[in-house]
Design a protein around this ligand. Sequence first.
Ligand code: ZN
Length: 372
Amino acid sequence: MSASILELFTEPSKQWVDSAFSGRVPGTQLLHGQEGGLLWGAALLYTKHLLCGEASGACDRCANCVQAENLTHPDLRLSYPHLTAQSKKKDVGIDASTHGLFREFKKANKFPLMSAWQQHLSADKKSLLIPASEAHALTLWLSTKPMMSSRKVIILWMPERLNHHAANQLLKTFEEPSAHVTIILISHDPERVLGTILSRCQQVFIPPARQLSQWLVDSQNISHEQAALLEELSMASPGLALDYLSNREGLARPVAAFVQLMRFAYKQDPVALLAWSDSMAAWTREELAAFLRLSGGLLSQLGRLKHGLSFRPVFEWFPDISFKAKGFTKLLNTEGMLLMHQQLSDAQTDVRRNLNAKVVLYDMALGIMKAF
Ligand SMILES: [Zn+2]
């Protein structure tokens, strides 16, 4: 892979990363943006600038830079959702072997997805959290002086998964961090972060990748057409695009579910839609969120076909799923497609809020039925 992730950064993201050496560094910041996006990349570059301490940015050669790059710097602490049994000791937090697993995972996944971390932990159906014991350990860790650099940095992935006690434990630390402390929270769902935490953070939005398809062509050796499809399906999230690319079989299941939904909705068959919602409700929240996200991309592809653009839609990647996408678009109207997008996006919000999946999906399916 020769293409650098820097090519994916838009100007605002670059400016934020550079502010680590050129401007004021706030104590607590919350980066938000899409999962599988550029948030981790930005946070790690920013951290490297801070730990290196060179006035013109990280030198990439000193011990600070090398260890920050390897995620082994003693003044950098990573925190992330895990199985609560992995952080039993209150003063240590996440145990050493879990940190080892996370480093391994993070090195293989520059744009990490929660579902992939869950798989890496072999914890598919279990819920991963940041419990109070970990929050306590973070507070203790911050209370000592830096060892190697002039700063200590915490990168905490998904503050939306701090349990209530953990969030309360961290509030005071976030409010008055010592001068040598920088805390970076990485959130994909800031609406679910406790308001009292949000209000203590400077918020920074990290936009989706720019020119992702070109980057995919250069780094993955795939065709322009395939890269453009992946960019569209992933809404320019490199992590999702790479996941779709490496795991086509994983993509077949949600694509098939989308095709079923479209068919039953077109046939105006509420009974079939109810059965469909029932079977979908057995999927995990992560899978449902991914399905709904992907469905938005699939619908956009149908829209482009409808407008006469010529390309090979993703449905054709799966000969087992018989679906004549081009013909099907004749059954859709532009107004209705906008309604469908709205239904999908509302359902995403409701699934994230942990509402009853079957009810949410059936509601959405009926909405989509009415849009034909
Ligand atoms: Zn350096």
